[in-house]
Design a protein around this ligand. Structure first.
Ligand code: G3P
Length: 216
């Protein structure tokens, strides 16, 4: 499963990128607002740090407006994936852009039928939001399981990008279900490295090593 960071914070992206485990970055208008940075500038900087797909979202709601914004965004770097909402205009834009060889991430997906439409529109990535489903009392992971079944039934190449990830259990479940990608806040990705038994194990080994008086 590929790991994308769901953030526009440069320091976090650099830190994760240095682990060699970061496969891409996703941004959205809320994350850009949080960064306090100029949209184009920050996306350009992210794209120069991480070679994987960097999602940059359009804000126009009509097809012509989306195409115009996508034109500006895809010029930023070769690894930009244009993020479009799951609407009729969004999918029209998806079809036009992917037909042209541009990567497209269809976002704000909340049903398996929407994911089916995105695959038919040639989406590179479909972003079902699991956390926001959990928030309203619907198990978000059921959506991932349904999309996996549908995409496998028809060999759709669209990659399932699990979004709105809030905790390590979401990542574990996404991996068990065979999701292609997950995007999570850096704080959640960093939680995956942690286990109290790893920490206590290191402390015990170091104590015994010290007692041997040896050096490597
Ligand atoms: O980028 C979209 C997504 O990951 C949003 O997550 O936590 O705002 O629902 P969240």
């Amino acid at each position: 499963m590929k790991f994308f960071a769901d953030t526009a914070e440069i320091a976090d992206i650099k830190e994760l990128n240095e682990t060699g485990l970061l496969d891409g970055v996703t941004t959205n208008p809320s994350l850009i607002k949080k960064s306090g940075r100029d949209f184009i500038e920050v996306v350009k900087e992210i794209a120069s740090i991480c070679p994987g797909p960097i999602s940059a979202e359009v804000v126009a709601l009509d097809h012509a407006g989306m195409m115009k914004e996508a034109e500006t965004l895809r010029k930023i770097a070769d690894n930009i994936a244009i993020k479009v909402p799951l609407t009729i205009d969004g999918l029209k834009t998806c079809k036009a852009l992917t037909g042209d060889g541009t990567m497209v991430n269809v976002t704000l997906c909340f049903s398996a039928n929407q994911a089916l439409l995105a695959a038919k529109a040639g989406a590179t990535f479909i972003s079902p939001f699991v956390g926001r489903h959990d928030d309203i009392g619907y198990p978000g992971m059921e959506l991932i399981a349904d999309i996996r079944t549908i995409y496998d039934n028809y060999d759709f190449p669209t990659q399932i990008l699990v979004a709105s990830v809030r905790n390590p259990i979401h990542i574990l479940d996404a991996a068990k279900l065979g999701a292609d990608v997950m995007t999570a806040p850096p704080s959640v990705i960093k939680q995956l490295f942690k286990h109290p038994l790893t920490d206590s194990g290191i402390a015990a080994f170091l104590k015994d090593w010290e007692a041997t008086g040896q050096k490597i």
